[in-house]
Write a protein that binds this ligand. Structure first.
Ligand SMILES: C=C(O[C@@H]1C=C(C(=O)O)C=C[C@H]1O)C(=O)O
Length: 357
């Protein structure tokens, strides 16, 4: 049985809620008017002095039962929401967001269109070691009809004593093989000074996980006319990742491919934890194509295929993985690269999966 007093008190609360609602919206409209005036005057919308005055006035009239701090908190939330209302949608939506551009961005890499609805593959050795090594992998890619080859020339390694890459020499090898075999090449650049020269040799410039928030590098990448493959930082949230892409786009370069490559968690069974749900989130929040790097996310050869299948099933635009003619003697990442027969088997299986999506 419902208590009649409780019922009538709840009816009162409902009436008050509606009154508060009406007043909040009225207040919102007034704040919007104030916002328009401020925008005409060219002054900052956020006005902490004014907010302090309002809080003081509220405090003077406040006599419980709520704590003063509770009231201050509630009103600060109202100020914050009013401030957001004053910002037009235009300034709130990021350039990389779907809100800003509903249709998919397709990144054209020498005719290979990433993000056109068909799954693509970006394969190649972890590091460029020699012309012969890159050419052998390039030929295997060609056999499989793959157009885009990856290969590290500047290698940001955890230990300073590990192989650091061949640098510009490595970029030259990539270019030579790419020209000979009509491939496109992706490689990582680690400092803004190298961007211009790298652009001469590469078709896509990669910004690696460790540099995802190297803002000067992002700005430099935004100022050139080359597609950028941006990897998610090892401990970056999706929001930070999206904002890193915004750095590039806000400088004028909208040809960006996002790469989920695993994040650091407590789990040690894999090198990183592949955040597979980041793929549909990024596709929903942004208009940029998304690739999944199954090699770096798992660090395990036996997991490359199942994770690549998952990536395709969940809507990734491309799969990235590492191939080496002889992984056992590779100068980096020998435990996770595929040899050429393994790569061929991997591709055969994936192509049949990709055909279903
Ligand atoms: C509405 C204004 O803009 C902002 C919002 C405020 C509010 O909601 O009370 C107060 C100050 C500003 O930060 C204003 O300046 O009056």
């Amino acid at each position: 049985m419902t208590n009649p007093t409780l019922q009538s008190l709840r009816a009162q609360v409902d009436d008050i809620n509606l009154e508060i609602l009406k007043l909040l919206n009225e207040r919102g409209r007034v704040a919007q008017e104030i916002g328009k005036i401020k925008s005409l005057q060219g002054v900052n919308r956020f006005d902490p002095v004014r907010e302090r005055q309002s809080l003081n006035l509220i405090q003077e009239h406040h006599d419980g039962p709520f704590e003063s701090s509770t009231i201050q908190h509630i009103f600060k939330e109202i100020f914050k929401a009013s401030l957001e209302l004053q910002e037009d949608d235009h300034s709130k939506a990021l350039l990389v967001s779907r809100k800003k551009k509903p249709e998919d961005t397709i990144v054209d890499i020498k005719g290979e269109k990433i993000g056109d609805g068909n799954v693509k593959f970006v394969m190649g050795p972890c590091a460029v070691e020699s012309y012969e090594q890159v050419r052998e992998v390039g030929l295997a890619l060609k056999e499989q009809g793959i157009k885009v080859m990856r290969g590290g020339a500047f290698k940001p390694r955890t230990s300073p004593y590990d192989f650091q890459g061949l640098g510009i020499e490595g970029l030259k090898i990539l270019r030579r093989v790419a020209d000979e075999l009509d491939l496109a090449v992706v490689s990582e650049i680690v400092t803004p000074q190298d961007i211009e020269i790298a652009a001469e040799y590469l078709d896509v410039i990669q910004i690696g996980a460790r540099n995802m928030q190297n803002f000067e590098l992002l700005k430099a990448a935004g100022s050139i006319d080359k597609p950028i493959l941006l990897k998610r930082g090892l401990a970056a949230t999706i929001d930070e990742f999206i904002n890193a892409a915004e750095y590039i786009m806000s400088r004028g370069n909208g040809n960006i491919i996002l790469c989920e490559r695993g994040i650091r968690t407590y789990e040690r069974a894999t090198r990183n934890t592949l955040d597979i749900s980041a793929v549909p989130i990024l596709k929903k929040e942004t208009h940029l194509p998304v690739v999944v790097d199954v090699t770096h996310s798992t660090g395990r050869r036996d997991l490359l295929l199942p994770c690549a299948k998952a990536a395709i099933a969940i809507g990734a635009d491309a799969v990235m993985a590492e191939v080496h003619p002889d992984p056992a003697v590779a100068l980096s990442d020998s435990a996770q690269q595929m040899d050429i027969p393994q790569f061929n088997a991997f591709m055969e299986e994936l192509k049949s999966v990709a055909a279903k999506f």
